[in-house]
Design a protein around this ligand. Structure first.
Ligand code: TXA
Ligand code: MG
Length: 333
């Protein structure tokens, strides 16, 4: 495994590797992706192997330009062009009906395909140099916290991949919003920093509620996902004071993620991480902090939930999934 920089020579090297069927991790504005040539069956198979991901979980195809939608999708609704014009490049994935040639490995054998144009100079340079679509899930082991820095990728996947382009920390920090435009009504399958309200304005219609129909094959939709190895407990702000007092009094090594400053008498065995009160800042930092508490081998981490408002929807979604997933990993990490 080699670590590449972001010079034109590095980008050319990475694109060359992709053409030869290699796995190359690269930064996007959301998280680092684990990229492979989206028309190379063997390279696609290696993604699933490297991540330990079940074969029926579909992959997002990354493109350099919205016009390439036509190479991957059919029956493209006007709505797709409308949101692409406004939000691409950006942290939005569109689910559309797939074009006939798209690999079952990409689609999870469904009739749809996920497409996105990322808003990151390095990702775009790589996509332009490569020319075709790059299939890329988040570059973590299946079910674990997504990487927002090259060192997270190396720690999680190391020898399972061929190269990582180190483009520094990713600016958004949470995975893209997934908008399904393949059905009769637009629907958000995974919340992200582009909100349903912002999408509804551009689409000129409200979105279908996501709570009514269970969505198979969207790992981000499984309750246990995005999980660190440390056990996580969540506390609503209303219960915070009492809960945190009890929590820090216990003696095992532990961590707290709070929107507040630490108490003056904080015990030494307790790491206190003060998170930003700004949802964007919070999102940018969250996964790096969860990777930190894993590295510190804390027993348990208590997290103060931010307010239940639309600005915090994506953050609260990932915190809930991380807490559910951490339970499942207990003892197996
Ligand atoms: O921000 C992101 O979206 C990052 C960066 C690397 O682009 N990628 C990412 O990929 O989060 P991944 O594979 O970790 O999550 C993609 C999600 C999965 O939950 C997958 O099931 C869903 O997108 N997905 C992909 N294609 C789909 C499809 N055709 N129908 C429904 N869900 C789909
Ligand atoms: Mg993922």
């Amino acid at each position: 495994m080699v670590v590449l920089g972001t010079t034109p020579a590095d980008i050319a090297d990475a694109a060359h590797r992709l053409r030869n069927g290699a796995l190359v991790s690269f930064p996007t504005e959301t998280v680092y992706g684990l990229g492979a040539d989206a028309v190379n069956e063997l390279a696609l198979a290696r993604i699933f192997q490297a991540k330990g991901r079940p074969a029926d979980h579909p992959l997002i195809v990354h493109l350099s330009d919205a016009r390439q939608i036509q190479d991957w999708a059919r029956d493209i609704p006007d709505a797709a062009w409308q949101v692409a014009r406004v939000f691409w490049p950006g942290p939005l994935t569109l689910i559309l009906k797939r074009a006939p040639h798209v690999s079952d490995r990409v689609t999870g054998a469904q009739d749809t395909v996920g497409l996105r144009v990322p808003d990151h100079a390095v990702a775009l340079a790589l996509l332009r140099e490569f020319g075709g679509g790059i299939a890329a899930p988040s570059a973590n082991r299946f079910g674990r916290v997504s990487p927002t820095r090259a060192e997270h990728v190396i720690a999680a996947l190391g020898t399972a991949l061929d190269a990582v382009i180190d483009g520094g920390p990713t600016p958004v920090g949470l995975e893209s919003t997934i908008l399904d435009l393949s059905g009769t009504q637009p629907r958000v399958l995974r919340p992200g920093t582009i909100t349903p309200a912002a999408l509804a304005v551009v689409l000129g219609r409200p979105l279908a509620s996501n709570t009514t129909s269970p969505l198979p094959r969207v790992p981000g939709n499984m309750p246990a996902h995005y999980a660190p190895a440390t056990e996580l407990q969540l506390a609503e702000a209303t219960h915070w004071d009492a809960q945190v007092r009890r929590f820090v009094a216990l003696s095992q090594p532990r961590a707290v993620l709070s929107l507040h400053a630490p108490p003056e008498d904080l015990p030494k065995h307790c790491h206190w991480i003060q998170m930003s009160e700004d949802p964007r800042e919070y999102a940018r930092a969250l996964y790096a902090r969860l990777h930190d508490v894993d590295r510190w081998r804390c027993d348990t981490t208590l997290i103060e939930l931010p307010a239940d408002t639309s600005a915090w929807e994506a953050v609260r979604d990932r915190l809930r999934r991380a807490a559910a997933g951490a339970h499942d990993h207990a003892g197996t990490a």
